[in-house]
Write a protein that binds this ligand. Structure first.
Ligand SMILES: [Zn+2]
Length: 178
């Protein structure tokens, strides 16, 4: 389990103020967690900025990278790009308890706070269960099947009967640039 030891933040010895941590995450990181998310082809960079104060630590995570997801429409693999910022507040108290996903309370004498689970959770929650090509932050669909459907729609319909029905339809529409 100590493959995650590098994600230990030894806050006991941390001076008040800003501290920066950097992690590189690949597929092996995801093996440790039992989840449907296998993280195949993952490569993420995590920059963690910790602002240590007397009674709490504010942790700002900046996570950037990509993993391979299988397209639900065409079954091909594609890179899913992710760029996210998350903040976690860790309060020091007499005992450890969990408040919410972004506020945690930890026993002051624990001395160590491991951020691996939090990084995993932040990534997992941003990965869609059902993925279709191009549904990342760029928003452009480049799915082979989607493109096929699109092209079919663009093919002119053969007009049946009284000639220029498509033109007649267009005449009814008011265009803003006319
Ligand atoms: Zn696809």
């Amino acid at each position: 389990m100590n493959r995650l030891k590098e994600y230990d933040v030894l806050f006991e010895n941390l001076k008040s103020g800003i501290h920066l941590y950097r992690y590189t995450i690949d597929e092996t990181f995801f093996d440790v967690f039992s989840s449907h998310l296998k993280g195949s082809g993952s490569l993420f960079t995590v920059v963690l900025e910790i602002n240590k104060q007397e009674t709490l630590m504010q942790m700002d995570f900046d996570i950037k990278g990509a993993m391979k997801l299988t397209c639900d429409h065409c079954n091909e693999e594609a890179d899913f790009n992710l760029s996210l910022k998350e903040t976690l507040v860790v309060k020091f108290a007499n005992e450890t308890s969990e408040e919410s996903a972004d506020v945690k309370t930890i026993a002051r004498n624990a001395g160590i706070f491991n951020v691996a689970q939090d990084i995993f959770d932040f990534i997992e929650i941003n990965i869609p269960m059902r993925y279709i090509h191009g549904q990342d932050q760029e928003g452009q669909s480049n799915c082979g099947l989607e493109l096929e459907k699109f092209l079919k729609k663009q093919q002119p319909k053969k007009s049946v009967g009284s000639g220029n029905t498509q033109w007649d339809e267009l005449k009814k529409i008011k265009f803003d640039n006319k």
